[in-house]
Design a protein around this ligand. Structure first.
Ligand code: AHR
Length: 662
C-alpha cells in the first residue's frame, strides 16, 4: 500500500499537455503477417483480496455477522431483546480446551418463554439483502441435555417487520453438538433487512454457527458464494485469479498474516481472524471486519476452476507488512513458511494419497486443481526480502521445478527500492516479477510505452495491481470515473503490445461494498442485492474478451502508437477464430479521423464489429442507483477494401473485430 502524496495541480495540467502534444495524423499500417508475440492465456486476470467487504459481507454469501461469537466483542452484530429476557438468559461461554479454533458459543436459558418474549437478532453485514420469493437456508449447531426449547426464526425488513418465518424444534439431546437446518421463504424484499430468533418453552440450549444463506448461491452450492458477484467475474473470462492479497497476505504483524491451512477443512473449524483492513484507515474504520474464511483456499481454487481462470496464490514470505510493523521471521525460523508453500502445492495438485491432496479429495475435489504459479510475498522489499525469497526459491524449485514463481518488486514502479529489487530479481533469473502502480491518470498515459524497452529475454512481468487514482492513493475522494478508465485503456495498449514480456495483468482492488469499503477506486461495486460495473470494469472486460492469441504491429510512420496525437493503439489476431482485433484510445477531447491500412490480411467484405466505450465527460461514473453512464455499445460495418477511415470520438476506447481470411 502506498501512502505517497502526489501533487494534483501539475498533474491536471499534464493531462491536457499530454493530450495536446503530438503531430498531424499519418496513416496507420497494420502488419498482419508480422507476428511479434503470443498472448498468454493468462494475460488479463483479476486480483481478489478480502478488502472493502470483498469476502465476508461480500462474495461469501453468509448473511449472519459473527455467527459463532468469535469476534473480539462476542456479541458484536447481535442484539438481545424482549420483555422476558432476564440476567443470564443469553450467555457467551468459552470452551477453548475442547475446541481451540471455535471456542465460544451462546448458552440460552428459558422458563416458559413465549413468542415475542425472548429474542436475539442479527444485523448482518451492513444489513441483509433479502429477495422476495427466494428461499433462505438457516442452520445452526446446538446441544442440550433436556429438550424443551423451540425456536421461531424470522427474516425482517428494514422496519423490523417479519417477511419470512419458520419453526424449529431441536430434538437431539446429550453432550454432543448437532446441526439442524430450516428453509425460510421471503415474502418481500429488503436491501437492509435483518434476522431474529425467538426462543419459546423451557430449557437450556447451546447454540453456535448460526448461519443464513440465500438458496441462489453460485452453482447452488450450500454455504457458497454470491452468484451475482461470481458472475461478474465470469463475465470477464479472466485468465487468472490472484488470491488472497494484497497486504492481507502479509498481516499487520506476522501473527495476523494469512495462513492458508487455517482456511481449509470443515467451515466450523476454520479459526477466524481480525481482518487487517479492520482498523487500517482511521478515516474508514471497520471494527466489525473479520475473516471467517468461508471463502478459503478450497473455495478459491474451485471458483477459479469454475470460471476457467488459472489460480495464482500469493503466500507470506516471513515478512509482515512493511508499512505497519515490518516484523520479520528470523532466517532460522523460515522453515514453517516455506513448508506452507510446499504444502499448498500439494493441496492443489497432489494425489489423494498425499497428506494435503487427501484433504482436497475429502473436501470434494479428487482431481488436481492444476496449479502452475505461486507468488512469494506481496509488496515486500529490501535485502531482507531477497534473502528470504532466495530460500523459498531453492526449496520450491527443488521439489516443484514446473511451478513458476512470482516475486514482488515492491510498492512502486520506479525509484530506489524498485531498482534494487528489479536488478536483484533479474540476477536470480526470476520467472515472473510483480509490479504495482497506483498512480494518477497522467502517469498511465505517459507510461503506455513502459514495456517497449523491457528485455525480452529476462523475467516475465505481472502487472499485479494497478488502478488510476482520480485524486491520490488511499484518498477517499478517488472515483472510478471515465478519465481513470480511459487512461488505463491507453496504458493497456502498451501491455498488450508487449505481451512478449508482460504475461499477466490485474486491476486492484476488485470488489467494494457501497456501505463497507475502506479503499477506493475498485473495479466492481456491490450493495446487499446488486452489483454494478464501473467504467474500469468495462475496459478490463473488453481487453479480456478480446485477448486474441498473437500480437501484430500497428504503426504510424514505423513507430508504435503510444500517445502520438493523444492516440494509443495495439492489435492482436485471434488465430483460432480468424479475427483481427484492434484497440484504439482517443484520449483527447476532440474527434479524430484515422486511416488504417491492413497489410498482409484479406479482410475485404468482412462484416466487422465496432465496440465503443465513450463519454464526453471525463468525470462520468456508474452507480447502483443511477443510470449507467459508461458502457460498451456495439455496431456493425462492412469493409470495402483493406483500408478504412475511422471516426474516433473524443475520450473514446474503440475495439474493432474484423474477420480475416485464414
Ligand atoms: O489493493 C489494495 C492494496 O494495495 C493491496 O492490499 C496492496 O498490495 C496494495 O498496497
Amino acid at each position: 500500500m502506498k501512502k505517497k502524496l502526489i501533487v494534483v495541480l501539475p498533474a491536471i495540467v499534464l493531462w491536457f499537455s499530454v493530450n495536446s502534444l503530438g503531430q498531424q495524423n499519418t496513416e496507420w499500417v497494420l502488419k498482419g503477417k508480422e507476428k511479434t508475440a503470443r498472448v498468454e492465456p493468462t494475460m488479463w486476470g483479476v486480483f481478489f483480496e478480502d478488502i472493502n467487504l470483498g469476502a465476508d459481507g461480500g462474495i461469501y454469501a453468509e448473511m449472519i455477522k459473527n455467527r459463532s461469537f468469535e469476534f473480539s466483542k462476542p456479541l458484536m452484530g447481535w442484539k438481545v431483546s424482549g420483555p422476558e429476557v432476564k440476567e443470564g438468559s443469553f450467555l457467551v461461554l468459552n470452551e477453548s480446551a475442547l475446541n481451540a479454533n471455535n471456542p465460544r458459543f451462546l448458552r440460552v436459558k428459558a422458563e416458559d418463554a413465549s413468542p415475542g418474549g425472548m429474542g436475539i437478532s442479527n444485523e448482518g453485514f451492513r444489513g441483509m439483502g433479502i429477495k422476495a420469493g427466494l428461499n433462505y437456508d438457516f442452520s445452526m449447531h446446538y446441544r442440550q441435555t433436556a429438550p424443551g426449547i423451540k425456536l421461531l426464526v424470522e427474516l425482517l425488513d428494514e422496519t423490523g417487520k417479519p417477511i419470512g418465518k419458520g419453526n424449529l424444534e431441536p430434538t437431539e439431546s446429550g453432550k454432543d453438538w448437532h446441526k439442524t437446518s430450516l428453509q425460510i421463504k421471503a415474502g418481500a424484499a429488503a436491501v437492509k433487512g435483518s434476522f431474529r430468533l425467538w426462543i419459546t418453552g423451557t430449557g437450556e440450549i447451546d447454540l453456535d454457527q448460526i448461519s443464513l444463506f440465500p438458496a441462489d448461491t453460485w452453482k447452488g452450492r450450500k454455504g457458497g458464494l454470491r452468484a451475482d458477484m461470481v458472475q461478474a467475474l465470469a463475465d470477464m473470462k479472466p485468465g487468472f485469479i490472484r488470491f488472497p492479497g494484497g497486504c492481507i497476505v502479509e498481516g499487520h504483524e506476522l501473527s495476523s498474516r494469512y495462513q492458508w491451512k487455517k482456511t481449509v477443512g470443515p467451515v466450523y473449524d476454520r479459526q477466524l481472524s481480525i481482518n487487517r483492513w479492520n482498523a487500517e484507515f482511521a478515516h474508514r474504520p471497520a471494527p466489525d471486519y473479520y475473516q471467517t474464511f468461508g471463502l478459503g483456499f478450497f473455495e478459491y481454487f474451485q471458483m477459479a476452476e469454475d470460471i476457467g481462470a488459472a489460480p495464482l496464490p500469493i503466500l507470506n514470505c516471513g515478512m509482515a507488512c512493511q508499512f505497519n510493523t515490518a516484523e520479520l521471521a528470523p532466517m532460522d525460523d523460515l522453515e514453517p513458511y516455506i513448508q506452507d508453500a510446499l504444502d499448498l502445492i500439494e493441496f492443489a495438485n497432489g494425489d489423494a494419497n498425499t497428506k494435503w491432496g487427501k484433504l482436497r479429495a475429502d473436501m470434494g475435489h479428487p482431481a488436481s486443481f492444476g496449479l502452475k504459479m505461486l507468488g512469494v510475498g506481496n509488496e515486500n522489499w529490501g535485502p531482507q526480502y531477497v534473502e528470504r525469497l532466495t530460500r523459498f526459491k531453492a526449496a520450491l524449485k527443488a521439489k516443484y521445478p514446473e511451478i513458476n514463481l512470482v516475486y514482488s518488486s515492491g510498492t512502486d514502479p520506479e525509484g530506489e527500492k524498485f531498482e534494487y529489487l528489479d536488478k536483484a530479481l533479474r540476477g536470480i533469473d526470476a520467472d515472473i516479477i510483480d509490479e504495482h502502480y497506483y498512480r494518477r491518470p497522467e502517469w498511465f498515459l505517459q507510461n503506455a510505452a513502459r514495456y517497449d524497452r523491457y528485455d525480452r529475454k529476462g523475467p516475465k512481468i505481472f502487472a499485479g495491481e494497478y488502478a488510476a487514482q482520480s485524486d491520490k492513493t488511499v484518498s477517499i475522494a478517488n472515483r472510478n470515473n471515465w478519465q481513470t478508465a480511459l487512461s488505463e485503456a491507453a496504458f493497456m495498449t502498451g501491455l498488450e503490445r508487449n505481451a512478449a514480456v508482460v504475461h499477466m495483468a490485474s486491476y486492484a482492488p476488485l470488489f467494494a461494498h457501497t456501505d463497507g469499503w475502506q479503499w477506493t477506486p475498485d473495479l466492481i461495486w456491490v450493495d446487499n442485492l446488486k452489483v454494478y460495473q464501473t467504467p474500469n470494469y468495462y475496459v478490463q472486460q473488453l481487453y479480456s474478451l478480446n485477448k486474441g492469441t498473437t500480437v501484430v504491429p500497428i504503426l504510424a510512420a514505423g513507430a508504435a502508437i503510444s500517445g502520438r496525437d493523444s492516440l494509443y493503439a495495439s492489435a492482436v489476431l485471434d488465430e483460432a477464430s480468424g479475427v483481427l482485433i484492434i484497440k484504439i484510445v482517443n484520449a483527447s477531447g476532440s474527434e479524430k479521423q484515422q486511416e488504417i491500412r491492413l497489410d498482409g490480411l484479406i479482410t475485404i467484405g468482412s462484416k466487422a464489429e465496432r465496440i465503443s466505450l465513450q463519454n464526453n465527460d471525463l468525470q462520468a461514473t456508474n452507480a447502483v442507483a443511477a443510470p449507467v453512464q459508461v458502457k460498451p455499445v456495439s455496431s456493425a460495418y462492412t469493409l470495402k477494401k483493406n483500408k478504412m477511415t475511422l471516426d474516433l470520438a473524443p475520450y473514446s476506447f474503440t475495439v474493432l473485430r474484423i474477420p480475416y481470411k485464414k
